[in-house]
Design a protein around this ligand. Structure first.
Ligand code: NAD
Length: 372
């Protein structure tokens, strides 16, 4: 079987779908791997490192003859048009503006596995790219906040006097939020956190942070995920959070609701009480924003507060983000790989859940509905 790794084409994307150690797993099983020259450069995976593990490195197109294509960001329709009918792709597939690519997969008879649709069950934890990339993003957004704050995160007791630690508030305590908490704690900040899912309270505490009990009703939907808040519940949450925001030096927001735009948690008015020089980092800036006025990839000034909207945070740390992503991909492929090639066994609940397009059909109902 021929596995292809094209260079990522989206602006700013620095990850690569398969790192040399992941390629080594495939070549050891007797598969051929063809990597586009330079595909791993930004993730410090050189052409030579790929050759060393048995891959063929080529200048130009790697898609046309491939049986299986591993990618990070969704393939563009013109890339899909070059694929062989009956081949399989694995990578992120959905997102705003990605319907033409999905249509092309369907119309060209390609089978596509979407990493973001891998079921979040115990058996599939090692294949969960949402989790591995959220971990990178959470770590990174705490560093972005620390770098922008004109004060220390840790407590310092020096001969010249004592410097109190920074106060950090994290809103949303999923994978990314918990990693932001852990990173801010490691840097010595005093951290508080809030999430609509009360089940996250123990995890927050285990990271050494204080979970804020706002005295509000819990909002937990199916599968342990958050639901969208009613207007009244969202307003009450904003009122309850305002005094905590006012006494924080840093606010980091990571809230998301599956399949919905990010909820707006913090208005410009709520930032008005923060000390001058405070920093807000919005991890959800690309998907609608948790902070009113945040712009993805930019820092804007709201009163005396610096508001930074994160954009493609995993690409800011392409080496480890790629390493983890590649392991997720290889672990998913292992469910269908044999010496003969890749078999898409739709009786396997993980492969069935991840399979977004097969046999000319878009199998993921919300995506299919958007195409009608
Ligand atoms: P996510 O990235 O979808 O969302 C981030 C967080 O935002 C969530 O914790 C959510 O509760 C919170 N949130 C949403 N609306 C909010 C609001 N208005 N105010 C405050 N917080 C708000 O979350 P995630 O990291 O993907 O994790 C969510 C769930 O998935 C958890 O139950 C987690 O245990 C589960 N999970 C399971 C697996 C697995 O089994 N493989 C892996 C990762 C996560």
């Amino acid at each position: 079987m021929l596995v292809a790794v094209p260079a990522e084409t989206r602006r700013g994307e620095r990850r690569v779908a398969l790192t040399p150690d992941a390629v080594a797993t495939l070549t050891a099983q007797g598969h051929s791997v063809r990597v586009e020259s330079g595909a791993g450069a930004a993730a410090l995976a050189s052409d030579e490192a790929y050759r060393d593990v048995g891959a063929e490195v080529v200048d130009g197109d790697v898609l046309a003859e491939a049986d299986l294509v591993a990618h990070v960001r969704p393939l563009l329709p013109e890339q899909v048009a070059r694929l062989r009918r009956g081949s399989t792709t694995v990578g992120f597939v959905t997102g705003a503006g990605e319907l033409p690519g999905i249509q092309a997969l369907r119309d060209n008879g390609i089978s596509a596995l979407a990493m973001e649709l891998v079921p979040r069950i115990s058996r599939a934890q090692s294949m969960d790219a949402l989790t591995s990339q959220a971990l990178v993003a959470g770590y990174r957004c705490a560093l972005e906040a620390a770098m922008r704050l004109p004060r220390f995160f840790p407590l310092f007791m020096t001969a010249a006097g004592t410097v109190p630690p920074a106060k950090v508030l994290v809103l949303g305590a999923g994978v990314a939020g918990l990693q932001a908490i852990a990173t801010a704690r490691r840097l010595g900040a005093v951290v508080e956190a809030y999430d609509v899912r009360p089940s996250s309270a123990d995890e927050v505490k285990s990271m050494g942070a204080t979970f804020l009990d706002l005295g509000l009703d819990a909002v937990e939907g199916t599968g342990g995920y958050a639901r969208e808040l009613s207007e009244d519940r969202a307003r009450r949450q904003q009122e309850a959070l305002t005094p905590f925001i006012s006494k924080s030096d840093v606010v980091i927001t990571t809230a998301a609701v599956p399949g919905r735009p990010a909820p707006q948690l913090v208005t410009k008015d709520m930032l008005a009480g923060m000390p001058a020089g405070s920093v807000v980092v919005d991890l959800a800036a690309e998907s609608g924003g948790n902070i009113e006025g945040s712009v993805a990839g930019e820092e804007v000034q709201v009163g005396g507060v610096r508001v930074y909207g994160m954009a493609d945070p995993a690409s800011a740390m392409p080496v480890d983000a790629s390493r983890l992503y590649a392991r997720n991909v290889v672990n998913l492929l292992a469910l269908g790989l044999s010496e003969e090639g890749f078999t898409l066994d739709l009786d396997d609940e993980v492969l069935a859940g991840a399979c977004i397009v097969h046999d000319g059909v878009v199998r993921h109902a919300p995506t299919a509905a958007l195409l009608e």
